[in-house]
Design a protein around this ligand. Structure first.
Ligand SMILES: *[C@@H]1O[C@H](CO)[C@@H](O)[C@H](O)[C@H]1NC(C)=O
Ligand SMILES: *[C@@H]1O[C@H](CO)[C@@H](O)[C@H](O)[C@H]1NC(C)=O
Ligand SMILES: *[C@@H]1O[C@H](CO)[C@@H](O)[C@H](O)[C@H]1NC(C)=O
Ligand SMILES: *[C@@H]1O[C@H](CO)[C@@H](O)[C@H](O)[C@H]1NC(C)=O
Ligand SMILES: *[C@@H]1O[C@H](CO)[C@@H](O)[C@H](O)[C@H]1NC(C)=O
Ligand SMILES: *[C@@H]1O[C@H](CO)[C@@H](O)[C@H](O)[C@H]1NC(C)=O
Length: 692
């Protein structure tokens, strides 16, 4: 390794010499040999290219785990820029009008100590403290006042200090740790400043105007294959006078293809042709949104608000009632802020880290300081924005605005960018007064299940996801529906619980629904015409052999001779549900004689045999893969396993255990299709239930 590194160094020097067009000291044969070494050794070549010396452990780990040269290079480049302070803007302008507050103006020196802090919301010991640093820090978290204490400490709070604590300036004469010509409070004394944050509470929303109207643009960012759920959502929110732009993830050809039909029928529905694929928390989500908003501005010059939805959203109130509220609140921006302390939020959200997206993963590259001068905020990425903000954020004529440009740079390397970009842009721009801390939505959180770090395969971070509403949540749902400012809820998933959506829609439309197949749901699992994603070959092979089996069953019961009834090709596979229970998959296939097509319903069966001498009775035994720990279901419903599947077993025991019995262990034996034993697990039957 050391040798390779050295020769790389030589190569680097050589390249430099060539750059300046001067005479080279090396013969050409040397240079080609060294170049060879460079090409052969992939990983170190990228590492050594970091012209900025040793990188942090976090950065090195990301570079090491990435597999493509391009991604490795990008990561090392970003790590270098971060190290050289070239990645994050140091300070950004704040254009939010300040009214009567003057940022940084001193209120005076106040008697203050740790027995009773005047500014008690947040405090930190900051090496290199200056008054400005403390003011920036407090302003970042939207605190109204900042106070420096004893040269090194910074305090933030919102309560204006009472004049009874005011001291003469001489009590605050300890030099600042970061600048000795300046004073930063004193012993038992704090100098308090106005942080310059204008208002903390957003203005209240105006009550809806009866029969008021507003033109809305909806952005639907869709993923998956839940066509029936998507069309249902569209049917409920569709009105001829609104605009709809649908972005389907670049990998979801089935959904894209199917929805294209809508464009022919409805002039105000557009399917975006600029498609990207996004991952959880990825930077590309913000790109998708900004790009979709740009398209919407081009498509229609009249809409006043944009709302974003996904396939798992569903309205709780009518679109007319939303219009009535919007009509009364022109120009307002509907965003929901986190309900915590901002410092905590920044840390939990990873805003103080640099992330980079490549190879469909968000890699953590290192730590950063957020720009000074602006207020940081964030929360839900489900938003409703006024047209003016969308125009500002996307129009090329504003691309040189220092705040907008700086934020776009910052959010290019930010995890979950859509959960904070618009919040920060609005709060620090001339639009700050339009911020309504209400996104008109509700989300079902159950953090014990939703925060299982289930995105680790795509991101170097642990985040949470909301739960799917089920019929059992109905009371909760109706109590929220009673609130007049909740218009949408998430998540809903028909493959898990469609009944709750049926009930919701009945309530919403005040009619009893009478669609055909209301109690049924079906969702595509494969279609022959799909260009992406790549078909699961194991699934297709199993489906074809099940098709053959179903034909042979058919012929057994038939008197007629049917030559040529040989299944030749699987056309589609569709999962089928009834009363929220999985009924099996429908395999649609062709036979050799082209005119006939068949559909067979197949369902995996579990066979369990109870052994009487067993210490407890096995009441549940499920084997499968793609287990979703949040919703506690197997996503691979048909249960076709391949050599790359990670099988999971769920079992439950019932009955009392005889604790005196010698055998408390059951053996879990895995056989492969050739009946070879592949693994044995010992299971303690005193554990009532378990997922392995
Ligand atoms: C409070 O301040 C005093 C003296 O300034 C110090 O001795 C003591 O440890 C402090 N207490 C806390 C809880 O920080
Ligand atoms: C609202 O519209 C309904 C139906 O068009 C109408 O009967 C009613 O008078 C309108 N109310 C107001 C306040 O305009
Ligand atoms: C909009 O909706 C999608 C869900 O489809 C979400 O992931 C995204 O972050 C949202 N963000 C904004 C700012 O609209
Ligand atoms: C719902 O419909 C019923 C009968 O069709 C009607 O009596 C009732 O007033 C309606 N409720 C609402 C809130 O519109
Ligand atoms: C428990 O197990 C012991 C030893 O196997 C046996 O002698 C005893 O009868 C069992 N008790 C019950 C209640 O089954
Ligand atoms: C099974 O688990 C119980 C309780 O956790 C423990 O007391 C017992 O020793 C275990 N039995 C075996 C054989 O490991």
């Amino acid at each position: 390794m050391a040798f390779v590194f050295q020769s790389l160094l030589v190569f680097y020097l050589l390249a430099k010499v060539k750059d300046t067009d001067g005479p080279t000291e090396f013969g050409s044969s040397d240079s080609s040999r060294i170049q060879q070494a460079f090409v052969n050794e992939k990983e170190p070549s990228v590492l050594s290219k970091s012209t900025c010396g040793t990188l942090s452990k976090t950065a090195l780990s990301a570079i090491k785990r990435a597999t493509t040269k391009k991604c490795k290079e990008e990561l090392s480049d970003i790590a270098c820029k971060l190290k050289n302070n070239q990645l994050v803007p140091e300070r950004l302008p704040n254009y939010c009008p300040r009214k009567d507050s003057v940022p940084g103006s001193s209120l005076g020196c106040f008697h203050d100590n740790n027995q009773s802090r005047l500014l008690s919301s947040y405090g930190v010991k900051l090496p290199g403290l200056t008054n400005q640093k403390c003011i920036d820090l407090c302003a970042q978290s939207a605190f109204l006042y900042a106070g420096t204490h004893n040269g090194k400490e910074c305090y933030c709070g919102n309560k204006k200090p009472s004049l009874e604590h005011l001291l003469t300036k001489t009590y605050c004469s300890v030099p600042c740790d970061g600048q000795s010509s300046q004073t930063c409070g004193g012993v038992d004394a704090t100098e308090i400043f106005d942080s310059g944050v204008p208002t903390r509470d957003s203005a209240k929303l105006q009550a809806p105007i009866v029969n008021g109207t507003a033109k809305i643009a909806f952005i639907l960012t869709l993923n998956g294959r839940a066509l029936r759920q998507v069309t249902r959502l569209l049917r409920v929110i569709y009105r001829p006078h609104h605009v709809y732009l649908i972005h389907v993830d670049a990998r979801q050809d089935f959904l894209f293809r199917s929805l294209l039909q809508l464009e022919l029928k409805y002039p105000n529905i557009r399917i975006s042709r600029k498609r990207q694929s996004s991952i959880w928390g990825g930077v590309s989500l913000l790109d998708v949104l900004l790009q979709s908003m740009e398209q919407l501005l081009e498509i229609d010059s009249q809409w006043q608000f944009v709302f974003n939805l996904s396939e798992s959203d569903f309205p709780l109130r009518s679109i007319e009632s939303l219009e009535a509220l919007l009509a009364a609140n022109p120009g307002r921006n509907f965003l929901k802020s986190h309900g915590r302390q901002t410092r905590q939020f920044i840390h939990k959200q990873g805003l103080d880290r640099v992330f980079h997206q490549c190879e469909s993963r968000m890699w953590r590259v290192g730590d950063r300081n957020l720009p000074a001068g602006i207020r940081i905020d964030g929360g839900s990425d489900w938003v409703g924005l006024a047209r003016s903000v969308v125009e500002f954020a996307t129009s090329p004529s504003h691309s040189n605005d220092p705040l907008l440009r700086g934020l776009k740079e910052l959010y290019r390397y930010t995890l979950l960018p859509a959960e904070s970009f618009f919040h920060v842009l609005i709060l620090n721009s001339k639009f700050c007064d339009s911020y309504a801390d209400n996104n008109l939505r509700m989300t079902l959180w159950r953090r014990s299940q939703g925060c299982l770090c289930q995105h680790r395969h795509v991101v170097d971070w642990c985040g949470c996801s909301p739960m799917v509403f089920r019929t059992a949540d109905w009371t909760h749902l109706t109590s929220v529906m009673a609130k007049s400012t909740v218009f949408f809820a998430r998540k809903f998933e028909a493959a898990i619980d469609q009944s709750v959506m049926n009930r919701l829609e009945e309530q919403l439309t005040n009619t009893s629904l009478s669609y055909p197949g209301l109690d049924c749901y079906w969702e595509s699992a494969y279609h022959r015409a799909d260009l992406t994603p790549k078909p699961n070959q194991a699934l297709l092979a199993v489906a074809l052999s099940l098709a053959k089996h179903s034909i042979s069953l058919l012929l057994q019961n038939s008197v007629a001779e049917c030559p040529g009834l040989r299944p030749s090709r699987v056309v589609a596979i569709t999962s089928y549900f009834r009363h929220d229970h999985y009924q099996g998959d429908l395999i649609h296939f062709e036979v050799d004689e082209k005119e006939v097509e068949f559909e067979a319903l197949v369902k995996p069966l579990t066979k369990t045999t109870h052994l009487m001498e067993s210490p407890r009775i096995l009441s549940t035994l499920q084997v499968g893969s793609d287990f979703d720990p949040k919703e506690q279901v197997f996503r691979n419903r048909l249960g076709v396993l391949t050599s790359r599947s990670k099988p999971i077993v769920i079992f439950k025991w019932t009955g009392h255990i005889n604790t005196t019995a010698a055998s408390q262990l059951a053996h879990l034996v895995w056989f492969d299709p050739d009946d070879n034993v592949r693994a044995v697990h010992n299971v303690n039957v005193t554990d009532a239930s378990k997922v392995i």
